[in-house]
Design a protein around this ligand. Structure first.
Ligand SMILES: Cc1ncc(COP(=O)(O)O)c(C=O)c1O
Length: 390
């Protein structure tokens, strides 16, 4: 039987950004898209069935949020991450980035300083800058090909006064799944300096076999009180277009502030397709996810193995999770500002430009490997050819 993840699903003309948006973003239509972070796989069959049945009903009026959704969220995080979430800690937003924005608006003031750790998911910059908060960068550091947090520098920054930190855990784009020890060290600083952490854990289900994600808020009740976490079924089960995310806020004062802001913005409704797909996925998708993780890790190994043979000048950070790879292209001999266009023009591949993840990303590209291996093979052949012609 064919592995479901090997199946190539034609996504063109579905309105998806990844395939249908390449012309607008890169000026060419014929690119192999390995940029926007969603996957080219079908969501689990049970999710497709639930959504199809509901769609066939044909009446899509206002719906109440079923209690069974929250129950599915709590059961999932208990089973997958050993996290006992109290029902009253939960809130729901259409997206994780919306949640991060709400938390920033509710818990910090304009002009206050907020730490991020680049290279990092570009909206971390945008959310802060668009809302008048001051971005304080504490770049990750590379030690023996592995990125780690610079906790020494972070302590200096905390000591100089910051209101909050946006934590990416696991970390996009470098694929780190922070170890419990690293998070404990971070937690100590958080408590010592009274910093609020807004933890983006959208990638937390996508950790490779044998790797464990530790939700920051599970480290201690004290750390939980300083932490607001957002996660979602959307990356995990490839339902990002259905818009549903979870906020987990153990601190009642934080919860009150975020809740009041959502009230002021008349915000709170989630599309029932999102709720239905998310709930069905959480209830029935564990096995599908386990198979996906094996497939994604093999994709990562495949790219690393092939590039080390065909393009050893490109160094790839070995990820512990996610479906993105961080390619260090600084030794290719191509001016760093022209790398992305090189891959577009010469290889016909759409990658994310590294400097979008912060100035430290210049010279890097991000590659999305959430697709059938045959597409990756095609991309690698194109890269090999393009580099051969240099
Ligand atoms: C770290 C991180 N947070 C959030 C998102 C997007 O979340 P949402 O679509 O729920 O706003 C992404 C998508 O790539 C991401 O990488």
């Amino acid at each position: 039987m064919e592995c479901p993840f090997d199946q190539v699903v034609d996504r063109r003309n579905t309105g998806c950004i990844k395939w249908d948006g390449v012309l607008e973003a890169f000026g060419r239509e014929d690119l192999l898209p390995m940029w926007v972070a969603d996957m080219d796989f079908r969501t689990p069959p049970a999710v497709i069935q639930a959504v199809s049945e509901r769609a066939a009903h044909g009446v899509y009026g206002y719906e109440r949020r079923p209690a069974s959704f929250a129950e599915a969220v709590l059961n999932w995080y208990k089973a997958r991450q050993n996290w006992e979430i109290e029902p009253e800690w939960l809130l729901h937003t259409p997206g994780v980035v919306t949640g991060l924005t709400l938390a920033i608006l509710a818990l910090t003031e304009p002009g206050e300083r907020v730490v991020i750790q680049p290279p990092v998911y570009p909206p971390f910059y945008r959310v802060l800058q668009a809302n008048g908060r001051v971005v304080v960068e504490n770049p990750l550091v590379e030690v023996d090909g592995r990125y780690v947090m610079n906790l020494g520098e972070l302590e200096e920054i905390f000591r100089s006064g910051v209101k909050a930190m946006l934590l990416c855990s696991p970390h996009n784009p470098v694929g780190r799944v922070w170890s419990r020890k690293e998070l404990e060290d971070l937690g100590e600083l958080i408590l010592r300096y009274g910093v609020t952490v807004i933890a983006d854990e959208i990638w937390s289900d996508l950790v490779f076999p044998g790797v464990k994600h530790t939700p920051l808020a599970t480290l201690s009740p004290e750390i939980a009180q300083k932490t607001v976490t957002f996660n979602a079924p959307t990356k995990t089960f490839n339902i990002a277009g259905l818009y549903v995310a979870n906020g987990i806020v153990p601190n009642p004062a934080y919860r009150q502030s975020i809740g009041a802001l959502m009230e002021r913005l008349s915000m709170g409704a989630i599309s029932f397709f999102g709720l239905l797909a998310g709930e069905t996925a959480y209830r029935t998708g564990a096995q599908w996810l386990d198979s996906l993780l094996v497939y994604l890790e093999e994709n990562a190994h495949y790219v690393i193995r092939e590039l080390s043979r065909s393009a050893p000048q490109i160094k790839v950070t070995k990820p512990e999770g996610t479906f993105v790879l961080w390619l260090d292209c600084r030794d290719l001999g191509i001016p760093h500002g022209e790398l992305n266009q090189f891959f577009v023009r010469e290889a016909g591949i759409a990658l994310n430009e590294g400097s979008a993840f912060g100035p430290v990303g210049l010279g890097f590209q991000r590659m999305n490997i959430g697709c059938p291996r045959s597409l990756i093979q095609e991309a690698l052949e194109r890269i090999e050819q393009a580099l051969g012609a240099l």
